[in-house]
Design a binder for this molecule. Structure first.
Ligand code: MG
Length: 163
């Protein structure tokens, strides 16, 4: 059995924060603002996985009103979500991720993000695709005010659902 899920996330760019995308720290003058480490890529992927498995969304699982997630490493959200899916017998098949950013230019770091995400999910790098799009100078992304990410994931489960 196969299921598909999609996830989307946007965070505001601000001074005085590190820029972390897909678990990779990217040198830049500004970073993403948020309750956790604001890794929009891992948040979109986590939401896509939760969606595929019918498990709600990242806001339900990790509310930004909970002090436990203040400054949290988003790799934890992903690994805990993968463990939940695993308990239900689901495993990821492939992942397609599009990052929307006017700056910094992500071409040079796309492959590092792909390799890091593949490693976090436990997939070969050719099962994870990372694309980068600019905002064409329009809207909040085009003006460099935010970075967004969209992720689509396919998951599969073989045999009967574990008891
Ligand atoms: Mg987020």
């Amino acid at each position: 059995m196969f299921r598909v899920g999609s996830g989307h996330d946007t965070h505001r760019l601000t001074e005085g924060r590190p820029l972390i995308l897909g678990g990779v720290a990217i040198p830049h003058s500004r970073g993403l603002y948020g309750h956790s480490d604001a890794d929009a890529v891992l948040h979109a992927i986590t939401d896509a996985l939760l969606g595929a498995a019918g498990l709600g969304d990242i806001g339900d699982a990790y509310p930004d009103t909970d002090p436990r997630w203040q400054g949290a490493d988003s790799r934890r959200f992903l690994s805990e979500t993968l463990a939940k899916l695993n308990q239900l017998g689901w495993r990821p098949v492939n992942l397609d991720v599009t990052i929307f950013a006017e700056e910094p230019k992500l071409g040079p770091v796309k492959s590092a993000i792909r390799d890091t995400v593949a490693n976090l999910i436990g997939l070969p790098p050719d099962c994870v695709n990372v694309k980068a799009k600019s905002g064409e100078k329009v809207g909040h992304i085009g003006r460099g005010e935010a970075i967004g990410c969209h992720a689509v994931v396919l998951i599969e489960r073989s045999g009967e659902r574990p008891a």
